[in-house]
Design a protein around this ligand. Structure first.
Ligand code: SF4
Length: 386
């Protein structure tokens, strides 16, 4: 057994361990275990500095999770867009391929609680139908392996999947969605990297949320992936009490870049059962981006997105840099709030695609006459909607 597998075995996970380690009442610990089991491996546990700190909040079950049961089971509508088990096909040329139900840590904010940790929900039996779907859908050129965590598979099992994917000629890019470089960096071994580099192009999207997760071990793991030719990007979730202040995010983004990880997304927290206490106002995310863009290297500034409830996909949100706009010019403000004017060019013919997008947008706005939509400032001039 490899070191990382032994560490998984040594995780805190039973209600009795929750009582002993964190002083949770037994009855509450049992209810939390029923709701969403715990798994805190010894490495991640060692990152906790004090009770209730940003590391603790992400992994230690909390009674407050039991109060919040109204959110949908599947907030991103992944199951509605699942043509066969284990596959979600939302975007035209990309597919999400769930290959495993297990994770190195069970995050309390997880959006996929309904499946994670339950091998009957992400079953190895579904793999064959998934491969067949990917073979038949020649428009798919990019496959994201996720779960659970694909790096919870053994090297041998993961290699079998990669071999099958590489036999499908229209699949160009394979992405690994893995939290292991952050939560259990010991999983990134020479053996794993030597195996992965046979199947390029492979990218990895990992998930660091707080600067304390940047350690000598995680730097080593991310460096090994980069040395194996695997570009590593980071997706993080904006969470109250974890990273909802500009200075924490600045340190995180700079720390990631310094260990060769490119900040990719900051997500607004999803409307997930048991995770309402992590939600922040949208303005907090905009404030954070405003404090990053222009203040630190553009390489370290991620996109701030809302993964739209019900399967709308990732929608970028930006602080407002446009002061005003007319046919002749746009007035902008920069990161220091200084104001500049940029002269516009008149275009005789609006492209057909743009016209068709405008028609579609008008139609959809009509469909959604709810008040909040009318208040939204659309990213286009009003006269184009008339
Ligand atoms: S690693 Fe990802 S899938 Fe697993 S519990 Fe955490 S957020 Fe959920």
């Amino acid at each position: 057994m490899e070191l990382w597998q032994q560490m998984i075995r040594q995780s805190v996970h039973t209600p009795d361990q929750l009582v002993e380690k964190f002083g949770i009442k037994k009855e509450i610990a049992e209810r939390l275990d029923d709701f969403f089991q715990a798994r805190i491996n010894p490495y991640y546990l060692s990152l906790i500095r004090y009770e209730g700190d940003p590391i603790w909040k992400q992994c230690v079950p909390d009674e407050v999770e039991l109060e919040d049961i109204d959110a949908p089971e599947d907030p991103l509508g992944e199951d509605d867009m699942s043509p066969v088990p284990n596959i979600t096909h939302r975007y035209p040329d990309r597919a999400l391929f769930l290959v495993n139900s297990q994770c190195g840590l069970y995050c309390r904010f997880c959006t996929r609680k309904r499946k994670v940790g339950d091998s009957s929900k992400i079953s190895m039996k579904g793999l064959e139908a998934a491969f067949k779907y990917l073979e038949e859908h020649t428009e798919i050129s990019d496959v994201i392996l996720s779960g659970g965590d694909p790096l919870m598979l053994t090297d041998e099992m993961l290699e079998k999947i990669l071999i099958r994917l590489r036999q499908i000629k229209h699949i160009q890019v394979i992405r690994l969605g893995s939290k292991m470089p952050c939560v259990l960096p010991h999983r990134i071994t020479e053996k794993l990297c030597n195996m992965l580099k046979k199947y390029h192009p492979i990218y990895c999207n990992t998930h660091f949320n707080h600067p304390w997760e940047i350690t000598e071990e995680s730097k080593r793991a991310c460096g090994m992936l980069a040395d194996a030719g695997i570009p590593v990007g980071n997706q993080c979730v904006l969470m109250k009490g974890v990273n909802d202040d500009p200075e924490t995010m600045r340190q995180l983004m700079k720390g990631l870049l310094a260990m060769r990880v490119r900040p990719y997304y900051i997500y607004m927290a999803d409307l997930t059962k048991g995770a309402n206490h992590f939600r922040t106002p949208i303005s907090k995310g905009m404030e954070i981006i405003d404090n990053l863009r222009g203040h630190i290297s553009g390489l370290a500034v991620p996109h701030f997105v809302i993964d739209a409830p019900g399967g709308g996909g990732k929608i970028p949100i930006l602080p407002n840099y446009v002061v005003s706009q007319d046919e002749d010019k746009i007035i902008l403000r920069n990161f220091k709030y200084n104001v500049y004017e940029y002269p516009d060019v008149k275009e005789e013919n609006v492209s057909e695609v743009q016209e068709s997008n405008m028609r579609k947008l008008k139609k959809n706005i009509e469909k959604h006459k709810r008040s909040y939509v009318r208040k939204v400032k659309l990213p286009i001039a009003n006269n184009q909607l008339a």
